[in-house]
Design a protein around this ligand. Structure first.
Ligand code: ASP
Length: 584
């Protein structure tokens, strides 16, 4: 951890901050500024005020002549004194002292707060966002913003320590190819033309490499018009990085250092070296390309066990299972719910079995031979009292369903289980085929195939081609991804062709990149990860909105400013735009 000197918080209006006062300060005369958290009347002539600022809270004793209410802004001068022993408050950092006010000035009055300020009350999120300026005063938000600033600064420090320089790339760009919908901005000078807001600085950072900036980074704002969820906002911050004359190992080392530094700065503890796993192993063992490795419940391969089975439901290309130790007391209702869930995720069914000392208790046990039952118990290391879940189907489908079931059964809350960073490597180059039979890039079209798999590009087994792409996962959240890039125009052209992007389209969309590659492009590789997600996990929040000062709601609105709003007709006219009536 870096030990920075404590800043001097005194100003022309205050000598100290509320939350900083300690027993050492007893006897000192201080001037504090802050918000009234709570007022407690003590008889006619005495009022206790909890005064709050960014640093915390302190009790102030005021005589009864003032009209004080919650959220008023005060300036208080007085002497710090010890609280009578029986009134000390151990849960408060300043709980040993109080300030006996000799002067109280009301700097600003407040209407009654739109919601209670204490942390225990659950307040409707729209109401919180509508009055975010009040919400931000709450200690949880103050702490989260502080974690955020700490992470930003640690990441900057770590990247710069490794020789990266920050380069800012434009916000008004031509469409970028990250695969999501673009936000567009109409051009006034060229009516009918649009800028896109960047989905990421991808192409610019690759241009920086051609431009000789051999280690680039940026804490970049990225915008994607996608449906919002707990871990997604329209706009989000990425640590975006790219380096020349490097391979995958170098990038993994740079980024590992940066996230470890950030985690250490927040938690005080350096995380262990980040382990890695191939994409295939992650899929087979966890049914996910972003495995949450904080807990077990791994997927067990059972295809061989049922290779010759008479039981129709298990006559499938793949059978896998999950063992829940001691889970056999799970209620029938819960088992039915889980079965329904799995069907919603695309399973044909979910088989459950309770392991008993003398056999398996399950609606399907009678269809399995004694040998199969014994082999199943052995493969799953099952013991009496365990609960087994099995799914049979196409391999991808089995992994998908059991991967989700595993999370449903065992995923700990964000604050438990520590920080499990994991590198997932050797992603496939393509994640599937589109309706036209063209492969869909798993990352983006600039990703370099695995050297060993280059031949497969020609032989046609496209889905087996591995790429030099890697993801960083934290507690089951995909923090970010990156890859070794293609740096030769002809290889890039081959990939575009495979993706069904013809030479004309390629020229129109990325011609400038292909052009740049004709002028001496160095081999390069890079990475980007979502700062919001990292910060949320480090702050112990499930939802990234809790670590963003002014987020949008799930429906993409900003209840505070009213965005998105209409613009006036003249403005539209100037842009050459007309708004169609809403679709029925
Ligand atoms: N630009 C990519 C993204 O935003 C990351 C990368 O490949 O560097 O996902």
């Amino acid at each position: 951890m870096t030990d920075r000197p404590t800043p001097d918080y005194s100003t022309s209006m205050r000598t100290s901050r509320c939350g900083d006062l300690r027993a050492d300060d007893i006897g000192a005369t201080v001037t504090l500024c802050g918000w009234v958290d709570r007022v407690r009347e003590h008889g006619e002539h005495l009022v206790f005020v909890d005064l709050r600022d960014r640093s915390g809270m302190v009790q102030v004793v005021v005589d009864g002549g003032h009209e004080l209410r919650s959220e008023f802004v005060l300036q208080v001068t007085g002497e710090v004194r010890a609280r009578p022993e029986d009134t000390a408050n151990e849960s408060l950092a300043t709980g040993m002292v109080e300030v006996e006010a000799s002067e109280v000035a009301i700097l600003s009055r407040s209407e009654p707060s739109p919601f209670p300020m204490d942390e225990r009350t659950d307040v409707d999120e729209v109401l919180r966002l509508r009055h975010r300026y009040v919400d931000l005063r709450r200690s949880r938000m103050q702490r989260n913003l502080e974690v955020r600033a700490t992470v930003n600064s640690a990441i900057r420090g770590a990247m710069e320590e490794q020789g990266f320089i920050e380069v800012e790339t434009p916000m008004l760009v031509a469409s970028t190819p990250e695969g999501a919908r673009d936000f567009v901005v109409p051009s006034r000078k060229v009516p009918g033309s649009f800028y896109a807001l960047p989905q990421s600085p991808q192409l610019f950072k690759q241009l920086c490499m051609v431009g000789g900036v051999d280690r680039y980074y940026q804490i970049a704002r990225c915008l994607r018009d996608e449906d919002l969820r707990a871990d997604r906002q329209y706009e989000f911050m990425q640590l975006d990085a790219e380096a020349s004359f490097v391979g995958q190992e170098d990038v993994l080392a740079f980024i590992s250092h940066a996230v470890s530094a950030a985690a250490e700065e927040v938690t005080g503890e350096r995380p262990a070296d980040i382990p890695r796993m191939t994409w295939l192993e992650a899929q087979e063992r966890y049914g996910s390309d972003k495995p949450d490795t904080r807990f077990g419940l791994e997927l067990v391969e059972l295809t061989e066990v049922f290779a010759g089975t008479e039981f129709r439901a298990f006559q499938a290309p793949c059978v896998k299972g999950i063992r829940v130790p001691g889970g056999s007391d799970t209620s029938r209702n819960r088992l039915d719910d889980l079965t329904e869930q799995c069907k919603r995720w695309g399973a044909k069914g979910l088989v459950w079995m309770k392991v008993e000392a003398d056999g398996l208790n399950s609606p399907v046990a009678k269809f399995l031979s004694d040998d199969e039952q014994a082999a199943l118990r052995a493969a799953m290391a099952a013991e009496a009292g365990d609960l087994l879940f099995l799914v049979a189907d196409e391999r991808r489908q089995v992994r998908h369903v059991l991967g989700l079931l595993r999370l449903e059964l065992g995923r700990p809350p964000v604050t438990e289980g520590g920080l499990n960073f994991l590198w997932v490597v050797d992603f496939p180059l393509f994640e599937g085929l589109d309706e036209a039979g063209n492969p869909i890039p798993a990352h983006h079209p600039f990703t370099m195939p695995h050297e060993e798999d280059l031949e497969l590009l020609e032989s046609g087994d496209l889905l087996a081609v591995r790429s030099q792409a890697y993801d960083l996962v934290l507690n089951g959240w995909e923090l970010g991804s990156g890859s070794v890039r293609i740096h030769r125009a002809e290889v890039q052209q081959t990939i575009f062709t495979l993706l069904g992007i013809g030479p004309e389209e390629a020229q129109a969309k990325f011609g400038f990149l292909l052009d740049a590659f004709r002028y001496g492009a160095p081999p390069h590789a890079g990475f980007a990860f979502g700062m919001d997600r990292l910060i949320a996990v480090l702050a112990g929040e499930e939802n990234i909105r809790e670590v963003i000062a002014f987020p949008k709601t799930q429906s993409g609105a900003d209840p505070l400013t009213g965005a998105p709003t209409e613009v006036d007709g003249r403005h539209l006219e100037e842009l050459g735009l007309r708004v169609l009536p809403p679709k029925q």
